[in-house]
Design a protein. Structure first.
Length: 495
């Protein structure tokens, strides 16, 4: 018996997992895979089976392209105000069902319920924000420098979009792509991660209820992502790929998209520095570190991966962080008291442990945590490492877990050099009372996003994305997110 079959469904706050896992969502219909195969979805808190979802084939992928193609002309010609109202209704339904969605996220992802609630609110906001932006897509009109003709620029939907999302934020990573794509007038095929597909399917039901026409959004999960994605990108009707995930997979997808000259937006890996200067407010820096490091138990591309603390405040910061980290309640995601849930898989725990073992072997000292947790589920305790040398593996590799490594630094120039010594450039954090220094350091850091005196950087109203190997393009923002899903058409006109 699965967990879904054991859960009482009378409580409207509990997800109906059996109904959520009823099939692939193609052309407004729920259907099984052409192969009949299934993918098991487990609860990381226990390892128990939650549900089995349909495992899409290349044939199913082609069916989703046909559906998106049929729906494209109608959705493209839908008045912006009507598209806006549908997106607004998606937001309202998500808020109405936020507790159900948060519980579902906690079950399949493992994150603490408080983090899941925050994700739902964040995810819903992309629909509200893009509902407001959908009616503000304007063109340009000017005169050529020669005076010979008028210059008209019209912004049009780019076409069918393949959206690929990760397991760590199963709601927010989907809506951050779907909402601007729909606002722009595009139709989409969403491939959620096979570890956390249930949230994507629950949201598909919400889109349908909100009035999104059949075929505009299609949702398919597959255990064979490489041939599935290649088949979709090879179809000339598909003109956009938006991917969130690891840099390694992103490179493979970029190579595949290049074969067909498909426009790409890539939100890839991170190695975020968290810099604390001697003049920082200690409590504010510790508060920020707990958010930047422990949001979603550290399983975030924006998570603080390298904590650089200036010598004068190093000891106080290290003691304060260890005290806070060791006090966190570790447990199942759906437990109301949990502050740090499990990792997504056993493999994730093994990777974290490998990085910690390497750091200890090279001289780092553990002040709390530092060993995998025993018992069922995929748990690793909140961990603080001090006296970190630069040569450790975790200085160059994403930890993706609740481990905070502290590195000591002396000067501003030194910490900028060390912070930039990475192929990644997604997010960075800076804490100082000197606003001139804060802005100076922020300008010098090679990151697409900087959080100055705060531990949270993401906002639907701001452009999200990185530089270097952390990605291409931006999501969110006043116009950046929608612009990724539009083409500029220039018309030279003589009157």
């Amino acid at each position: 018996m699965t967990i879904a079959q054991q859960m009482p469904q009378a409580d409207r706050h509990l997800p109906d997992i059996e109904a959520t896992a009823r099939g692939l969502y193609i052309d407004g219909n729920w259907r099984q895979s052409k192969s009949g195969r299934k993918i098991d979805v487990t609860d990381p808190s226990t390892g128990a089976l939650l549900a089995a979802v349909a495992d899409a084939t290349v044939e199913d992928a082609q069916a989703s392209i046909e559906a998106a193609s049929r729906a494209a002309p109608g959705w493209r010609s839908t008045p912006p105000r009507k598209r806006s109202e549908i997106l607004r209704r998606c937001f309202e339904l998500m808020i109405e069902r936020s507790e159900m969605l948060a519980t579902l996220i906690s079950l399949e992802n493992g994150k603490a319920l408080r983090d899941a609630r925050g994700e739902v609110a964040y995810a819903a906001e992309f629909f509200r924000w893009n509902a407001e932006e959908a009616v503000r897509i304007t063109g340009e009109f000017g005169i050529a420098p020669s005076g010979a003709n008028r210059i008209i620029v019209d912004y049009q939907p780019i076409g069918i979009c393949l959206l690929i999302t990760p397991w760590n934020f199963p709601a927010a990573m989907a809506t951050r792509k779907i909402a601007p794509a729909l606002a722009a007038g595009c139709t989409v095929i969403l491939k959620p991660a096979s570890e956390t597909p249930l949230t994507a399917y629950a949201l598909a039901s919400i889109y349908e209820e909100a009035g999104v026409p059949a075929g505009v959004v299609n949702v398919l999960t597959t255990s064979t992502p490489a041939p599935f994605s290649a088949a979709i990108l090879a179809d000339p009707r598909v003109r956009k790929l938006s991917f969130t995930g690891s840099t390694g997979v992103g490179r493979l997808l970029l190579a595949e998209a290049a074969k067909h000259v498909v426009s790409c937006s890539m939100e890839l890996g991170g190695n975020a520095p968290f810099i604390v200067f001697d003049d920082a407010d200690l409590d504010a820096a510790l508060d920020g570190a707990m958010v930047a490091k422990m949001r979603n138990a550290g399983e975030a591309c924006t998570a603080a991966n390298r904590l650089y603390v200036q010598s004068g405040i190093y000891q106080s910061f290290a003691e304060g962080l260890a005290k806070r980290m060791s006090a966190l309640n570790v447990g199942p995601g759906v437990d109301a008291l949990t502050e740090c849930g499990p990792m997504i898989t056993t493999k994730a725990v093994e990777k974290i442990d490998r990085l910690v073992v390497d750091a200890k072997a090279k001289g780092a000292r553990v002040t709390c945590g530092g060993e995998p947790s025993a018992g069922p589920g995929y748990f690793y305790p909140p961990t603080v490492l001090v006296d970190m040398p630069d040569g450790v593996e975790m200085a160059h590799e994403e930890i993706f877990g609740p481990v905070a490594p502290l590195y000591r630094f002396e000067t501003e120039d030194e910490v900028i050099r060390r912070a930039n010594d990475t192929e990644y450039g997604l997010a960075a954090y800076v804490f100082t009372r000197d606003i001139a220094r804060g802005l100076r350091v922020s300008s010098a850091l090679e990151s697409g996003m900087i959080a100055l005196n705060r531990g949270l950087v993401s906002d639907p109203a701001a452009p999200f994305g990185g530089v270097k190997q952390s990605g291409l393009g931006r999501e969110g923002g006043q116009h950046h997110g929608i612009a990724e899903f539009m083409e500029a058409k220039y018309i030279a006109a003589s009157f």
